[in-house]
Write a protein of this length. Structure first.
Length: 118
């Protein structure tokens, strides 16, 4: 069973940085999976923040372009989200999401809390 575990969240002041990690276990072909970071703020819907394909093509939400960078280290089965110039509106629970090679394979992590103070 594939398991995703996020880490790296915490409390930071506006303008600061954090790096989130999403470590995958239970699969030897994580490098072939597309992976994304989502976030959900209180009272809001979950939204896509950034995504990276198996070929390392990246996409970003307009709200984080130029501030966040998604990357992956296939040797470590880990995907990262480097978050710079954080704003209070970035406060949310951040979730790692991945799809396997078939349509029924979908995985979510448990989430990591990011709080940005003004």
């Amino acid at each position: 069973q594939v398991r995703l575990v996020e880490s790296g969240g915490g409390l930071v002041q506006a303008g600061g940085s954090l790096r989130l990690s999403c470590a995958a276990s239970g699969t030897s072909i994580f490098s072939r999976y597309n992976v994304a970071w989502y976030r959900q703020a209180p009272g809001k819907q979950r939204e896509l923040v950034a995504a990276i394909t198996s070929g390392a093509i990246t996409t970003y939400a307009d709200s984080v372009k130029g501030r966040f960078t998604i990357s992956r280290d296939n040797a470590k089965n880990t995907v990262y989200l480097q978050m710079n110039s954080l704003k209070p509106e970035d406060t949310a629970v951040y979730y790692c999401h991945s799809r396997g090679l078939t349509s029924d394979q979908e995985y979510w992590g448990q989430g990591t809390q990011v709080n940005v103070s003004s």
